[in-house]
Design a binder for this molecule. Structure first.
Ligand code: FES
Ligand code: FES
Length: 175
């Protein structure tokens, strides 16, 4: 099937098999290996990307389901040469060890801060509850996201600030 997907603002058209997962489309077809592939069973959350501004586990989404839609990966998190405050927070607070969970964690953090500029520790822990850090570095991940909140990291997405309701499909990252 021929699909066209906008990834980080750039359109990509490819012929793909109907069974191809979005995570493999991003990694193998587009070379965007910042999206990691872990359990392949919707358990670990390392494959989290945004699909139309909602975090989803890209191992649970077929590439053909993204046809005509927008995807944001960790490669699209920075603003030109300037790192997103979430990325800066992970640096400042040592929010990563091996880094395997980090892209997905940061994309969920960005979504959270777009919808709640001042999340509590509990809010942050709930937001990342569908994602596992095999290095068990949760304390510093939470600190990193709080750092971003305290350094102007809220509401980076244009229309997110006005949208205070959880996005449809949010359960995708909590499953
Ligand atoms: S690879 Fe583990 S949830 Fe997608
Ligand atoms: S930093 Fe290693 S899995 Fe989270």
């Amino acid at each position: 099937m021929r699909i066209t997907v906008t990834v980080n603002g750039e359109q990509h058209t490819r012929d793909v098999e109907p069974r191809l997962l979005l995570v493999h489309f991003l990694r193998d077809e587009l070379g965007l290996t910042g999206t990691h592939w872990g359990c392949d069973t919707s358990n670990c959350g390392v494959c989290t990307v945004w699909l139309d501004a909602t975090p989803v586990k890209s191992c649970t989404v077929l590439a053909v389901m993204a046809d005509g839609h927008e995807v944001r990966t960790v490669e699209g998190l920075a603003h030109g040469a300037e790192l997103d405050p979430v990325q800066q927070g992970f640096i400042a607070c040592h929010g990563l060890q091996c880094g395997f969970c980090t892209p997905g964690m940061m994309l969920t953090a960005r979504w959270l801060l777009d919808h709640d500029a001042d999340p509590s520790e509990e809010d942050i822990r709930e937001a990342i509850s569908g994602q596992m850090c095999r290095c068990t570095g949760y304390e510093n991940i939470v600190r990193s996201i709080r750092w971003a909140a305290e350094h102007g990291g809220g509401a980076q997405t244009a229309d997110a600030a006005a949208d205070t309701e959880p996005a449809p499909g949010r359960e995708e990252v909590r499953a």
